[in-house]
Design a protein around this ligand. Structure first.
Ligand SMILES: Nc1ncnc2c1ncn2[C@@H]1O[C@H](COP(=O)(O)OP(=O)(O)OP(=O)(O)O)[C@@H](O)[C@H]1O
Ligand SMILES: Cc1ncsc1CCO
Ligand SMILES: [Mg+2]
Length: 246
């Protein structure tokens, strides 16, 4: 049965984030680029976003983790992906795939298959995307599946977690799924177990969503308050929202 993390486990991952400030190299989409960079900074990580085929390898080799998001994949981005996969393989970097709209595009399915030739990939998508990619995920070696929604489901080699945090307003701001994938990548840079890393990222993000929603009049102010809430998380706030005593 799927478990959940306690506040001290999430706080331990966040403490390592604050201490080491990992850089996450993001090949992401033009819609979610800004919100993704802001969420990474609020989380204590550092975003980099280079796409050019002649510089992505260098950026990825020195990063703590790599994100490949297919949301607005371009011809330039497609050329960069083999360089990112090579950097992940040769330099043992955690890699997160966000297969945005894979159900709508044979090109995206082809790219996702290429990415999943690498073992140990973490895939974060919504229920539609994860269902569309089911056979590719079944064929992949040591993949971690992260399916977000009202409840987030994480399944990996070393167990399963179900995270019931967040707020419906999270579906009314574009790019928050994309940002959640970047936060999962950031946690993978400081936590070797991808199930715990994804669980910590999504617990923190969900609780930040709950805190932000309580202060917001609608999706616009929610987007701003979510950045503030993510930046202000500490163990006491986590405990309170997880129903644990101080
Ligand atoms: N109904 C809901 N209630 C609470 N939290 C939710 C709900 N739906 C999504 N979330 C949270 O919102 C975040 C984004 O997940 P979602 O599944 O909406 O991503 P997505 O569909 O890929 O989004 P996008 O493509 O717009 O970036 C996750 O942290 C998830 O837990
Ligand atoms: C709306 C949209 N279109 C491509 S990427 C993106 C952001 C949410 O995935
Ligand atoms: Mg998405």
């Amino acid at each position: 049965m799927a478990g959940c993390l306690d506040a001290s486990s999430v706080a331990a991952v966040l403490a390592r984030m604050a201490e080491t400030r990992p850089r996450v190299h993001c090949l992401t989409n033009t819609v979610a680029q800004n919100v993704t960079a802001n969420m990474l900074l609020a989380f204590g990580a550092i975003p980099s976003m280079a796409v050019h085929v002649d510089e992505v390898a260098g950026f990825a080799q020195g990063a703590g983790a790599i994100l490949i998001n297919l949301g607005t994949i371009s011809a330039e981005g497609e050329l960069a992906i083999p360089k990112l996969l090579e950097a992940a393989r040769d330099h043992h970097k955690p890699l997160v795939l966000d297969p945005v709209f894979v159900e709508l595009s044979p090109l995206r399915r082809h790219i996702a298959r290429e990415v999943l030739r690498l073992p140990d990939v973490v895939v974060r998508g919504n229920a539609t995307e994860m269902a569309a990619l089911a056979s590719e995920l079944d064929a992949a070696e040591r993949v971690t599946r992260v399916t977000t929604g009202k409840v987030d489901h994480i399944e990996g080699k070393r167990g399963a977690l179900a995270i019931a945090h967040g707020h419906p307003l999270m579906t009314k701001v574009t790019g928050l799924g994309c940002a959640s994938s970047a936060l999962v990548a950031a946690c993978c840079a400081v936590e070797t177990d991808p199930v715990i890393a994804a669980g910590a990222a999504l617990t923190a993000f969900g609780i930040a969503g709950e805190i932000a929603a309580a202060k917001s009049a609608g999706p616009g102010s929610f987007a701003v308050n979510l950045i503030d809430a993510l930046a202000s998380l500490d163990e006491a706030l986590l405990r309170r929202h997880m129903g644990e005593r101080a």
